[in-house]
Design a protein around this ligand. Sequence first.
Ligand code: SF4
Length: 373
Amino acid sequence: MSLNHVRPWRNIYRRKSRQIMVGDVAIGGDAPIAVQTMTNTLTTDVAATVAQVQAAAEAGADIVRVSVPDEASSKALKEIVRESPVPIVADIHFHYKRGIEAAEAGAACLRINPGNIGDEKRVQEVIKAARDHNCSIRIGVNAGSLEKHLLEKYGEPCPKAMVESGLEHIRILEDNDFHNFKISVKASDVFLSAAAYQGIAEATDAPIHLGITEAGGLVSGTIKSAIGLGNLLWMGIGDTIRVSLSADPVEEVKVGYEILKSLGLRHRGVNIISCPSCARQGFDVIKTVEALEQRLEHIKTPMSLSIIGCVVNGPGEALMTDVGFTGGGAGSGMVYLAGKASHKMSNDQMIDHIVEQVEKKAAELDAAAEAAE
Ligand code: SF4
């Protein structure tokens, strides 16, 4: 149960956006903030792409994007859509025909900038294909590919130029009476991106796709994304997120979820609270947490687990978690259940035992949630 009524400092007031559908996933309004990623396989390699989509979905991705650079990829897309457990977004650049083909192939959304695909007739054809196939559109403004006239007007990519670019693309869709769209204004610079997102959030009620583009590798990209997306989400801006990392898409999904979990915006799986460890630890905290993270990956039920090296902070943290373990002396520690000290357990059996306790608690929570429905 949310305790935000007694802990108001945790409240986040989400910007009111209109809701659209990407396949069967609602984006915007009061829908949960969706987590996305993108495949990095060759789209024409259907088996590899489907395997990556499935792995991302298993890790919690609500939506997966796939690049569609050529006609062969459009053909492969049809099969990928058929095999995918989640809606597929087709990433299109410049080629209006790819947009039409992707909509026909069953893409749930086209990531395409209507101002960059040629004359009005071409734009209208893509919009018609999207409308005919119940396909939404994401306008994807990127600081690295702003239109020439805006760069001339503003001198360099800046928040105003990015917002203006977004509004120009929006106008094209709205002039064609197409409102089934969301928008992103990404930059690799955290300040530029955050300012552009604040500007676009004020200028439209379209749902917003958040991302810091080309954020970097696993560690640096995670930090950049957590700062950029974290601040925006905290302000209430953002209806779907993609963390861009030079890493496996599954890592992007995990990081996306962790950002949302940190802000209490979404919950999935075991939230492990663990101490950094020090000379006081009664067991090897770091190795134990590494092992538990792997052993508990299959748990999707939102719950919490505290793994604390000693009694300095162990009992206090355990108070707030579903399952806890606190290191003690003589090769054993205390297991906490629902915040209360329950029984002692030896360090060498503790990992198996905690996995068992977490699985048991997850089953209980699932049953309670089912009964409440
Ligand atoms: S909880 Fe104990 S073991 Fe962990 S860092 Fe703090 S003092 Fe060290």
